[in-house]
Design a protein around this ligand. Structure first.
Ligand code: NAP
Length: 260
């Protein structure tokens, strides 16, 4: 299938590793020029090198900065230029007990997982509509569909983003702009490795055994990979996906137990 997005320009936020990197790599392999961001410059440059090697024909720009700050967003938008495709992503908030979270903790989570993607969407969506093509994909979480109690900050912030997106997507749909959310279940990235590592330390279980135990609870019998996450993201950004908008696409190996 021809995705029809060769030569388009994408801004992929928080993309030196994990799911963001998977999206940038898959888009670049479809011929999309990518601007990738992350706070750590070293990993970011390594990611850019890997993308350039895998997709030699595309331009890869890097912007080292915190996407949850006004400065970080301005620099990313300026470097990317005309943005046809925006992939919103940032680190997830920490787990914990809601009784311990004060206003500042909430504001930080909202900044990262709700307000930043809203402001980036606001910055690019009218230009996309004028040019009659645009794709916005927000990396959210399966917790939007099935809340995870210890991830209350994520449940709340991402649900707010999801509500906002549902309204905007319908305002721009007639102009060739689609906005969708991609909801990861459990993907084997640094974030998940860190969580499972902490759990095995706490329980005293051997690390490999803990990985296997948790993977076995997923109907697919394994964790997802950043590569397959990125490929679904690239399809959502494609021309053939032009009628797909305002949707929450759950990618979780069958883990969500509902019929739909
Ligand atoms: P990851 O492997 O830890 O990668 C996170 C990436 O984001 C890194 O490149 C990191 O680089 C960058 N980043 C983090 N905070 C940033 C910021 N403020 N500004 C710019 N870049 C930033 O994480 P992941 O597993 O890919 O997760 C991506 C998102 O999906 C997170 O919001 C996570 O909560 C969500 N999610 C993941 C899973 C899963 O199973 N993996 C499941 C549900 C939801 P720097 O640290 O150098 O900035």
């Amino acid at each position: 299938m021809d995705f029809g997005i060769k030569g388009r320009n994408a801004l992929v936020c928080a993309a030196s590793k994990g799911l963001g990197f998977g999206c940038a790599m898959a888009l670049a392999k479809e011929g999309v020029n990518v601007t990738i961001t992350a706070r750590g410059a070293e990993a970011l440059e390594a990611a850019a090198k890997a993308i350039r090697e895998a997709a030699p024909g595309v331009t890869v720009k890097t912007v080292a900065g915190d996407i949850t700050t006004a400065d970080g967003r301005e620099q990313a938008l300026a470097a990317a230029g005309q943005i046809d495709i925006l992939v919103n992503n940032a680190g997830g908030p920490p787990p914990g007990d809601f009784r311990d979270w004060d206003r500042d903790v909430w504001i930080k989570a909202l900044d990262a997982n709700m307000i930043t993607p809203i402001l980036l969407t606001k910055a690019v969506v009218d230009g996309m509509a004028e040019r009659k093509f645009g794709r916005i994909v927000n990396i959210t979480s399966s917790s939007v569909k099935a809340p995870i109690p210890i991830l209350g900050l994520s449940n709340g912030a991402r649900a707010g983003l999801t509500g906002f997106i549902g309204g905007v997507a319908r305002q721009v749909a007639k102009h060739g702009v689609t906005i969708n959310n991609l909801l990861p279940g459990r993907f084997l990235t640094d974030r998940l490795k860190g969580t499972i590592g902490a759990q095995s330390k706490k329980s005293g279980a051997e690390l490999e055994a803990e990985f296997q135990k948790q993977a076995a609870t997923i109907p697919a019998g394994r964790f997802g990979t950043a590569e397959e996450f990125g490929q679904v993201c690239a399809f959502m950004c494609s021309v053939p996906a032009g009628y797909l908008t305002a949707q929450n696409i759950l990618l979780d190996g069958g883990n969500y137990p509902g019929t739909f």
